[in-house]
Structure formats: structure tokens, C-alpha cells
Design a protein around this ligand. Structure first.
Ligand SMILES: [Fe+2]
Ligand SMILES: [Fe+2]
Length: 264
């Protein structure tokens, strides 16, 4: 039997509440689920929008192997030089080459290498190149890895479903992020690629995709500017656990969704 690699992918960590629930649950989840690699989307880690070196360092101290970002990547200027220096944090590959950071990275645990490819959709999001065209060059950068995880950050389901089919049989997993709402379509595709359209968020389920719900409702009801604050109500950890024994193919994918300790 070849060794089984397990990868816990954690959906968008939103604000202080998201970081707190992650910190509270991750150590026990590692033991309970036999987790090897942990990859987290951190695009909302700083106050709900973007990330600074402080939150990135905090996530790495929790033992997270790599961080993916998204459309809020450059919100905080302090992260720009960090993206150039720290190899374990990635912004979408299909951004402009001149934009700071990289779109792929490789991490290693116990002699197993995991390549991470990060792509952004283009419907309602800004990305320089179509992800379906950019992905081949990105995959070439991680071609020698034992396992390959692709995070597809997109607003609409169709762009993510299409990427899943496009990469079926070529990578271990394609996981979707950005909408903060988990989808119920987790499965291993016929070619052996684990897939889910959206992992959901690690953050306050009591808000509207992270924002205090009163403010989101007021904004939508009045169509007037409203100052948004990040909710802290009812934080959950949302992710998926992917297991793989053949490189780079998945055996299984399963959602991992847990409320903060003490919440019933
Ligand atoms: Fe996003
Ligand atoms: Fe997000």
C-alpha cells in the first residue's frame, strides 16, 4: 500500500473570528483526521479584507503549510514585499506578471511534495488572463510534485466547474473559494481529481458572507452606501479533507465543517 497523503484545505479565513476558530480547532482536527498538509485561503484574514504580514505569520505559526489569497490580495500595502519574499503564500497565477507575488508554490512534508496552483476567475473579478489558458504554464511549475492542489477563486460556479473538468486526471484536487458559501458537490471526478465548487469560509456564519448582517441588509434595502464591519457572530471552520495515495490523484474528498468550541 502506498502511503496516503491527506490535505486539509481551509476556506477563506475571515477576520478575527475566523482566525480564532481556526486556532481553537486546528490542533485537534490534525489528530482526529490524520491531517498531513494544511493549506488555507487567507484573503480575508485582516479585518475581513486582505491580509498583512501579521496575519500571515500567525497562520504559518499554526502550522499551515501554504496560504492562498484572491481578489483582496493587494488591499494592504504592507503585504506587497512579503509576497515577493515569502514563497509559501500565493496570489492568482493569472494576475499580471508585474503584480507582486507568485501564483504557484511547492511545500514538502515527510518526503512528499505538494504543488499548489492558484487561479482567479474573470467573471466579476479582475484577472489579466483567462484561467483556462494560464493553467498549463502554472502546472508546468509544479509538474514534478507528488500531489497537486489547485485553488480556483471565482464568483460564478461555471468557471469553477469548467476548471474541475479541464484538470480531471491531471491534478489531485481542484477546490473553489471566494463565495464563502459551501457547495454540496464534493466528489472525486472520473479521472481521479477531487472537486468542490466552493469550500465555504472559516468565519462568522451569522453575517452575510462575513459582513455584519444588519449592515448588509441595510445596504441592499436602501441602495445607499453603508459602512461595512466584519461580523464575529457564530464562527465556523469550513474546509475539505482530501486523501490521496496515487500521485497526483485523489481517493476521496469530504467536507469538514465545525462550529467554534462552546457554540451549540
Ligand atoms: Fe475573494
Ligand atoms: Fe474571500
Amino acid at each position: 500500500m502506498p502511503p496516503i497523503t491527506s490535505i486539509l484545505f481551509i476556506g477563506d479565513v475571515v477576520g478575527r473570528a475566523g482566525r480564532r476558530v481556526l486556532r481553537a480547532l486546528l490542533p485537534d482536527l490534525r489528530d482526529e483526521l490524520g491531517v498531513g498538509f494544511v493549506v488555507a485561503n487567507g484573503e480575508n484574514a485582516a479585518g475581513g479584507l486582505g491580509i498583512t504580514p501579521k496575519e500571515a505569520d500567525e497562520l504559518f505559526r499554526l502550522g499551515i503549510d501554504a496560504i492562498t489569497l484572491g481578489n483582496h490580495t493587494y488591499r494592504h500595502r504592507e503585504i506587497w514585499p512579503y509576497l515577493a519574499e515569502e514563497r509559501r503564500i500565493v496570489r492568482p497565477y493569472n494576475f499580471l506578471p508585474a503584480q507582486p507575488g507568485r501564483g504557484t508554490t511547492i511545500v514538502e512534508r515527510d518526503g512528499v511534495t505538494l504543488g499548489i496552483v492558484y487561479l482567479s476567475g474573470r467573471v466579476h473579478l479582475q484577472a489579466a488572463a483567462p484561467p483556462l489558458l494560464a493553467v498549463d504554464a502554472a502546472l508546468a511549475e509544479v509538474a514534478r510534485c507528488d500531489q497537486i492542489l489547485v485553488d480556483m477563486h471565482a464568483e460564478v460556479t461555471s468557471e469553477k466547474v469548467a476548471m474541475g473538468w479541464h484538470l480531471d486526471g491531471r491534478v489531485t484536487a481542484v477546490v473553489g473559494t471566494h463565495t464563502h458559501v459551501p457547495t454540496a458537490d464534493d466528489r472525486v471526478l472520473p479521472g481521479g481529481t477531487a472537486y468542490i465548487t466552493d469550500v465555504g469560509m472559516t468565519g462568522p456564519r451569522g453575517g452575510v458572507i462575513g459582513v455584519k448582517r444588519e449592515q448588509a441588509i441595510e445596504s441592499l434595502a436602501t441602495m445607499m452606501p453603508v459602512r461595512f464591519e466584519t461580523s464575529t457572530e457564530d464562527p465556523w471552520l469550513m474546509g475539505v479533507l482530501i486523501s490521496a495515495s496515487q500521485p497526483p490523484r485523489a481517493d476521496a474528498i469530504a467536507p469538514v465543517r465545525r462550529p467554534a468550541p462552546g457554540v451549540t
